[in-house]
Design a protein around this ligand. Sequence first.
Ligand code: PGA
Length: 266
Amino acid sequence: MRRTIIAGNWKMNCTRADARALVAGVVVAASQRPDVEVLVCPPYTALETATAAAAGTNVGVAAQNLFWKPKGAYTGQISAAMLVDLKISTVLVGHSETRGRFGVPEPDFDEAVLRHFGESDETVNRKVITALAAGIRPIICVGETLAERSAGATDVVVADQVRKALQNIDPAQNEVVFAYEPVWAIGTGEVCAPDEANRVCGVIRQTVAELSTQSAASSLRVQYGGSVKPDNAADLLSRTNIDGALVGGASLNAADFTAIILAAPV
Ligand code: PGA
């Protein structure tokens, strides 16, 4: 039995005061569902505040990214050791917004400028290796763009991202979580149909079975992310291959995030 894992990705939102208030609400929801793993992913500036607010509760705190170098002249980057120093034990890696695949182009910038985070499958793999070496569990985000889906390439793209993220990593020896996040469903209000989300989460599991062992694949947790809301969460979370949700917009509202946590199958 895989434990449901619901994570709130706050992205570039929340001051420390906002974080304190939001965690206070999430703690109440999480206390009602000790069977569910509940995580919040604040921006770096609120990690310590959120950790303090969640101390002694069953809410965990995760970071949104890390860099693979241990230290040095990397302006704006955060190392694994810095996260360990804050007692952070989970990190998102390869979110489509850091991969630079923005769903909604901004009218003032051309596409090349928008790809300023430039994450590739290779850098995702480095980050996964770095996190695991520091004892931090990665939640690895994968997912196809609308163009890739329209071209019928979803399964190939997703399986390829999984294989490349896990280069030189054996998931039988290291705990990793995957989040299937179709790029076209993120922040758009357009959720992937539960049957289809479940099918692609199955593709991720099957790819892990091919790379590692059947038992590693069976115990792997795969979240769905992309416009998860209170009204679609129960349908998604009831599917056999969907073990949780990575929630963006709706995780910023304590009532909505609570409803999503409570929607997890018992
Ligand atoms: P969304 O974001 O729930 O706002 O679509 C999900 C994510 O980016 O993880």
